[in-house]
Design a protein around this ligand. Structure first.
Ligand code: MG
Length: 214
């Protein structure tokens, strides 16, 4: 009997050592990069609601289809140590694995394929392109552009319990009231306000595996 039957995984700075929108912002020069990174850091530390910064960042960054494809490669290159093995092992043991991200869905689908997590269990913000591949907007109504979006989504997913949520940011910690455990993942980022809310603090996918199975 596993301690948890479902695991909800954050993506940016959890499954992979990248903050996708910041990586895209860096393509627009160091000033835009610094501006975006400071907004991300403040949002993930709980100082700013994510909806206050989402549209503003996307409106400046305007990623093209080709840039999203490049970012997808970065997610794969920087995949967390042990993530492939842990996700495969837990899936084999019947644990339901779900990816929930405030990032862009098209950029993380290749990572999901690599982890053999089916597309219907990948929740993130859809981004749109024109026929020529230029940016045509994002789904501003997506729950995942909202501070408590992950919580609302997980509440309606009908996951088999007990459910463990895992992530480095405040939007992950917001899931705590609707799951059975929240683990702060600190391999890439240590955010004290998130750690303070956590039931568990883990710094590797090996520790996640043990936590779920014991
Ligand atoms: Mg994150």
């Amino acid at each position: 009997m596993n301690r948890f039957s479902s695991v909800v995984l954050d993506v940016d700075s959890t499954l992979s050592d990248v903050e996708g929108i910041d990586w895209l912002a860096a393509l627009r020069g160091s000033e835009v990069e610094e501006w975006s990174a400071s907004l991300t850091a403040r949002a993930m530390a709980g100082e700013l609601p994510i909806e206050a910064v989402y549209g503003e960042r996307m409106g400046i960054v305007k990623p093209t289809r080709a840039e999203i494809a490049e970012l997808a490669e970065v997610y794969l290159d920087r995949i967390a140590a042990g993530a492939r093995e842990t996700v495969a092992d837990l899936s084999d043991r019947g644990v339901e694995m779900v990816m929930v991200s405030g990032g862009l869905r098209e950029a993380i689908l290749p990572l999901a394929r690599e982890l053999r997590i089916p597309e219907q269990r990948v929740y993130a913000v859809p981004v749109f392109f024109s026929n020529d591949g230029t940016y045509a907007g994002f789904d501003a109504r997506s729950l995942f552009t909202q501070q408590t979006g992950k919580r609302s989504a997980v509440e309606n997913m009908d996951l088999r319990g007990p459910v463990l949520a895992v992530g480095d940011g405040m939007t992950d910690a917001e899931m705590k009231p609707v799951v059975d455990g929240f683990a702060a993942f600190t391999a890439f980022r240590r955010r004290p306000p998130v750690i303070e809310l956590a039931d568990y603090v883990i710094e590797s996918f090996d520790q996640l595996r043990k936590l779920v199975l014991e």
